[in-house]
Design a protein around this ligand. Structure first.
Ligand code: HEC
Length: 417
């Protein structure tokens, strides 16, 4: 009995049943509607009861598997707090499952939360841009056929180097764009930088640009060419699309104190990857921090056989700590997991970052197009990759010490003592 009461406390829906208006609509507002509303590329709107009802079975399945909302971290290990966390709690999942199992009842309309309003599509979430740049050419997507991955390019009209404060990229026709990843091909990139450029930002439904912390930015160099790594899908009629990127800069002459750098950690020897048929393969990569660092974000990159990726820190005292681990990777989603300010890893120079990638080339991987194929490293999505991008801010010794101090729990004393 006691256990039942406890369960009811945690999962109120267990005792009282769940209906759309009272129990489910608030969850959809928080976690689904930013993507699932009319005019986006999602398969359906989840705004009204009538929108959601026909999808009840599929909703239960996706939510219970933690495929939706897209957030693929193992929540039981590593750092737990992320700025862009849109995942559901166990209690929210239980409520949705309960609702579907009860026949997906509507409940009383009077219980509905106030509806959200969605900003018109021509507004930039980062605010008024200082500079816009777009792809050279429009892309024509056929009416029918498989998804299409293709690179598009564009220039930026910059007469001098500028520091980015915020940026946002978006398609003219979101109905056919699954996602787009934007890369900067710099005119004078240091040796070792991939020719395909360094990652700047991306578009995916539900992503609203990147706004850097105060006094923190990224340098955009004059002469940079942009590569848009596009994923299109067909919707039954021919469509065209171009991409636009909006930048907000620090004022001319202002150099933010902290520079965000995007560092890829890949496997060693570089890019040697072999995934035999019907096998699960683990690959390791290492990166030694030569300076004190704060890690702001973590983004795994693999292709269709990608299953999991873990980033851990091998510390100076030879202990190892898991920072983040994705345990149900989905190639359709390029998620940048952004650490909350009070838990972003602070790692002294000499710390070794360790990436562990797992590829599943068996039939158990539902995204695997062909478990009998040998798969190696390559750009095509039927080839594979293993790398993690981390956003790093370097700190000098004084800044590092200060950042560590600020994290220490404050001593609570009674007044007057
Ligand atoms: C970041 C954007 C985003 C968020 C947030 C999101 N979805 Fe989705 N959802 C998508 C996209 C895009 C697809 C289609 C591609 C796919 O299946 O991955 C999709 C597909 C689905 C499907 C499969 C529909 C089908 O074809 O059967 C269901 C069900 C679903 N979402 C439910 C939800 C629910 C419920 C939530 C909130 C708890 C949610 N989604 C949150 C973007 C999102």
């Amino acid at each position: 009995m006691k256990l039942f009461r406890l369960l009811v406390l945690v999962f109120p829906a267990l005792a009282f049943g769940a209906d759309f208006s009272k129990d489910v609509a608030p969850i959809f507002e928080r976690a689904c509607q930013s993507c699932h509303h009319a005019g986006t590329s999602t398969p359906m709107s989840l705004v009204t009861y009538n929108d959601a009802r026909p999808w009840a079975k599929s909703i239960k399945e996706r939510v219970a598997l933690r495929d939706m909302p897209p957030w693929h971290l193992d929540k039981t290990v590593g750092i737990r707090h992320y700025k862009n966390d849109r995942s559901l709690t166990d209690a929210e999942i239980a409520t949705i499952v309960k609702w579907v199992d009860a026949g997906a009842p509507e409940g009383n309309k009077a219980d509905l939360p106030a509806p959200l309003t969605f900003t018109a599509d021509n507004v930039w979430y980062i605010g008024k841009p200082d500079l816009l740049a777009r792809t050279d050419k429009d892309f024509k997507m056929y009416a029918k056929g498989p998804d299409w991955w293709i690179d598009q390019y564009g220039d930026i009209a910059l007469t001098e180097d500028r520091w980015i404060k915020a940026m946002e990229v978006k398609p003219s026709n979101p109905k056919v764009v699954h996602h787009a990843v934007l890369y900067a091909i710099e005119p004078d990139a240091p040796a070792g930088t991939p020719e395909t450029g360094i990652q700047l930002t991306e578009f995916a439904v539900g992503k609203y640009g990147d706004i850097f912390n105060e006094n923190t930015g990224r340098l955009l160099k004059k002469g940079t060419r942009l590569r848009y790594d596009m994923h299109y899908f067909a919707i039954g009629s021919e469509q065209s699309n171009y991409m636009t990127v909006a930048f907000q800069f620090y004022p001319k002459g202002v150099v933010p104190k902290y520079q965000v750098r995007s560092i890829p950690i890949r496997n060693f020897p570089n890019d040697e990857l072999e995934i035999p048929p019907n096998s699960v393969v683990r690959t390791d990569g290492y990166y030694r921090l030569t300076r004190n660092a704060r890690i702001d974000a973590f983004q795994p990159h693999m292709h269709m056989r990608g299953k999991g990726m873990t980033l851990e820190a091998i510390k100076l005292d030879n202990t190892t700590e898991i920072l983040s681990s994705v345990d149900h990777f989905d190639f359709n989603w390029h998620i940048n997991y952004i650490y909350a300010d009070d838990v972003s890893p602070l790692l002294p120079a000499g710390t070794v970052l360790h990436m562990i990638g797992v590829h599943d080339n068996t039939a158990a991987n539902k995204r695997n197009p062909d478990p009998s194929a040998w798969v190696g490293f390559g750009e095509r999505s039927v080839d594979d990759m293993v790398q993690v991008w981390i956003n790093v801010v370097y700190l000098d010794d004084a800044e590092f010490k200060q950042a560590l101090e600020a994290r220490k729990p404050k001593l609570v004393t009674r007044s007057g003592i």
